[in-house]
Design a protein around this ligand. Structure first.
Ligand code: UD1
Length: 429
């Protein structure tokens, strides 16, 4: 399997273009199941996760064509008919978001058999809220031997869906299913993440009637059919935030372009508080640090617009060399501190107790061999490696390849000494 090697010490200077959001792209791809006309997605990231979902969709009857057009990287998805409503364990277990094909399959063809998912090893991550939503919309749900059997032979019906707590995936799933339901659906306590707004815009471009995404109440007036559309995937706020942290860690001046203001304000506020220079621009931001050591600051993860859990590991890496002690509270996922022991191999001083980590900044990290444990954790090790003395080698980077497009190239263009060491065989997806 491939590894990434980083030689620490180089500052970052230059521009990093932000790619389209992985977390949005994979839900938008699932929306192609809802229509027999082509859906063209532009600003598409090319990642293991998007390739992987493409494989699953192909099996269900979607023709998936990737190309590089005048609008950049795009993917055309066309499902003239659903040829199978079966999403097998082998394909779903490797990426949790694959489970979101269930709703569109039932909405369009009245039935589906979808394996219960796997995904990142960050806590239990059940799908009870997803099933609650699909069931509320009138599908009959049965669970047998690890599979969800869903049936709605006469179509789905509009419903009131009240989530007991906020879930991004379940809100998206409910939206994807309700657009073709008969009547009006209202989702209460909906997630407000920008990817929900992106999904609403794409679905509406396809002829759906969705209002309120980005607020806790989303209203969907069902339509009998959707049509084709072209939609540009929203910029990846997690990728943007990751490189913002990388720049603050390594020092120098990095401009993040092709993004949008307002997507990572909670992080930018914390970077400012720590002493980094932050300037918002029309299409992103500029992050500067001139060699002065950052101060320790505390964070607590929260649903959008709070501090994103997907940036927690990166921020912890940043705090390992800050002045003082930082308290990092994780409130979204249990078991999301698996990067802490790996950072400690690099010399970080971290203690974890329940949902809280205390990071006492050290003067210098030392390069070592470390292992990626999940998607965001893996990039935190690369960030730490940017300042560690000597060489840091990160193994199991198939986690990294799931969510970061051309990472070595983007960091390398700003002066980082990062290279990929090819393994014996290709990483299994
Ligand atoms: C999405 C993102 C992920 C991000 C997370 C929170 C994608 C592909 N992934 O994950 O990167 O970290 O939002 O911003 O978009 N839960 C239940 N039952 C359910 C659903 C969720 O108990 O049916 C729990 C989860 O275990 C977790 C919490 O709800 O503790 C929030 O999870 P959720 O918002 O659903 O995250 P995902 O959609 O899986």
């Amino acid at each position: 399997m491939d590894r990434i090697a980083i030689i620490g010490g180089a500052q970052l200077n230059g521009t990093i273009p932000v790619s389209g959001a992985k977390n949005s792209a994979i839900k938008l791809m699932a929306a192609s199941l809802l229509t027999d006309e082509p859906l063209r997605l532009t600003n598409m990231p090319r990642l293991a996760d998007t390739r992987f979902l493409g494989k699953l969709l192909t099996r269900l009857g979607v023709q998936v064509t990737e190309s590089d057009g005048p609008d950049g990287q795009q993917t055309l998805l066309h499902a003239p008919e659903i040829t199978s409503g079966f999403a097998p364990y082998d394909l779903v277990r490797q990426m949790r978001a694959s489970f979101n094909v269930l709703g569109p399959l039932v909405a369009r063809s009245g039935q589906a058999k979808v394996s219960l998912p796997g995904g990142c090893t960050i806590g239990a991550r059940p799908v009870d809220l997803h099933l609650q939503a699909i069931e509320a919309l009138g599908a009959k749900i049965d669970l047998h031997e690890g599979y969800v059997y869903a049936q709605a032979p006469r179509g789905l019906k509009g419903a009131e869906i009240t989530f007991p707590f906020v879930s991004v995936g379940a809100t998206e799933h409910a939206m994807l299913a309700a657009v073709l339901a008969d009547g009006v659906s209202v989702i209460h306590n909906a997630a407000c993440e920008p990817e929900l707004v992106d999904l609403q815009e794409c679905l509406n471009a396809m002829g759906a009637k969705v209002e309120g995404a980005g607020t806790p109440t989303v209203t969907i007036t069902g339509v009998p059919r959707l049509h084709g559309a072209t939609h540009a995937v929203i910029p990846d706020r997690i990728e943007m935030g990751t490189y913002a942290v990388a720049a603050a860690m390594a020092g120098g001046e990095v401009r993040l372009s092709n993004a949008r203001p307002g997507l990572i304000d909670a992080l930018l506020d914390k970077l400012k508080e720590a002493g980094a220079g932050v300037e918002e621009t029309a299409d992103g931001c500029i992050i500067r640090r001139d060699g002065q050591r950052l101060n320790a600051v505390d964070i607590e993860t929260a649903p959008f617009p709070g501090f994103a859990t997907d940036l927690q590991a990166q921020f912890m890496a940043l705090m390992t060399t800050a002045k003082g002690e930082s308290r990092i509270r994780e409130t979204i996922f249990e078991n999301r501190f698996m990067h802490a022991p790996e950072l400690m191999r690099l010399g970080a001083d971290i203690s974890v107790s329940g949902g809280e980590a205390r990071v006492r900044g050290v003067d210098q990290l030392e390069g070592a061999e470390v292992m990626a444990t999940d998607l965001r954790a893996s990039v935190s090790l690369v960030i730490a490696g940017l300042v560690a003395r000597g060489e840091t080698t990160v193994s199991r980077i198939y986690h990294l390849d799931r969510g970061f497009e051309r990472l070595e190239e983007k960091l390398g263009a700003c002066g980082a000494q990062v290279r990929r060491i090819k393994g014996d065989g290709e990483a299994e997806l």
